[in-house]
Design a protein around this ligand. Structure first.
Ligand SMILES: C=C1C[C@]23C[C@@]1(O)CC[C@H]2[C@@]12CC[C@H](O)[C@@](C)(C(=O)O1)[C@H]2[C@@H]3C(=O)O
Ligand SMILES: O=C(O)CCC(=O)C(=O)O
Ligand SMILES: [Fe+2]
Length: 317
């Protein structure tokens, strides 16, 4: 078991009630199915969340990166702390005092600079694999966004995917490691992701939960060979609320360490985020206009569980 740098006092981590095995059918989208685009849009409207199979990402890249990440997290704490300037964090999430039973690596997806400076702590092979992984999951995210645009009749077809494929796309990559524990710990508190979409892949330890429309929590059974997609805040806005940015959290499963890798697809900082005009036939926008840079600045100054979209919601007239 990995020992966290400061002893984690249980007083800060009251035993968390998970949703007691409550598990709803999570939508599964088979990307090789001609109906995939309809299934995606239905899932985004109903859940803001779905699982993708036949995704085309080579499992060899996934398992190699997972092994390298696990071997990093197994290093002594003083070694891992040296990676703090390169995105290593332990227990603390964000800048507003949120904590979780988690250690992680978090960085922007332009890994070139960061990799050159961290070679002894996170070696070349690691960064090479991160880059391979990111290129594969970014392609997957773009394919999904193209299918969404097609089903929603958005023009041009790449209106959503271009935001991630743009050289200036402000995307993040995070590898979360939740050490095993003999009780259910709050690994990562409830929140929505601020970006457009996130692509989650985890090992065989469950723990991820999503909130349904009625506010109840449901467990997401682990599936290491699949990817899970969340609709994020900006996509909710770009669809004028048709898609829901899904609230999610992680509650650790007893005695099993969880390792998850998440690509957060974000637009360029200067990109205006507004409902797509093709969806707005006579409809009023529910949101004030903003750029991703403005949203990010506001979002990264909030506590994890805060409803960030509310900053930009128009008050009903
Ligand atoms: C408490 C926070 C952590 C977070 C920045 C924030 O102020 C609010 C959003 C959080 C979140 C959730 C999704 C991703 O894990 C993340 C990297 C992001 O883009 O927004 C985290 C931020 C973080 O860990 O810094
Ligand atoms: O670790 C996970 O499975 C999800 C974590 C998460 O939601 C996040 O890092 O934003
Ligand atoms: Fe998240």
């Amino acid at each position: 078991m990995v020992v966290l740098s400061q002893p984690v006092e249980h007083v800060n981590f009251p035993a968390i009630k998970s949703c007691n095995g409550n598990s709803t059918h999570i939508p599964v989208v088979d990307l090789s199915n001609p109906d995939a685009k309809t299934q995606i849009v239905n899932a985004c409207q109903e859940f803001g969340f779905f699982k993708v199979i036949n995704h085309g990402v080579p499992m060899e890249i996934v398992t190699k990166l997972e092994a390298q990440a696990l071997s990093f997290f197994k290093q002594p704490q003083n070694h891992k702390n040296k990676a703090a300037p390169f995105g290593y964090g332990n227990k603390n999430i964000g800048r507003k005092g949120d904590t979780g039973w988690v250690e992680y690596l978090l960085f922007g997806t332009d890994t070139q600079l960061i990799s050159q400076n961290s070679l002894t702590i996170l070696p070349n092979d690691f960064w090479a694999m991160v880059n391979k992984y990111l290129s594969a999951v970014k392609n997957l995210a773009c394919e999904i966004l193209k299918l969404m645009a097609e089903e929603l009749n958005l023009q041009p077809k790449n209106v959503l995917s271009r935001l991630l494929s743009d050289k200036k796309s402000d995307s993040f990559f995070r590898i979360n490691h939740y050490p095993a524990s003999d009780r259910n710990e709050l690994g990562f508190g409830e929140h929505t992701d601020p970006q457009i979409i996130s692509v989650i892949r985890s090992n065989n330890a469950s723990g991820l939960e999503i909130a349904l429309k009625d506010g109840t929590w449901t467990q997401v059974p682990a599936d290491p060979s699949s990817f899970f997609i969340t609709v994020d805040d900006c996509l909710q806005v770009m669809t004028n609320g048709r898609f829901r940015s899904v609230k999610h959290r992680v509650i650790t499963e007893s005695l099993k360490e969880r390792l998850s890798m998440i690509y957060f697809g974000g637009p360029p900082l200067s990109e205006k985020i507004a409902p797509s005009t093709s969806l707005m036939q006579g409809e009023e926008s529910l949101y004030k206009e903003f750029t991703w840079g403005e949203y990010k600045k506001a979002a990264f100054n909030t506590k994890l569980a805060f409803n960030r979209i509310s900053f930009f919601e128009k008050s009903p007239s």
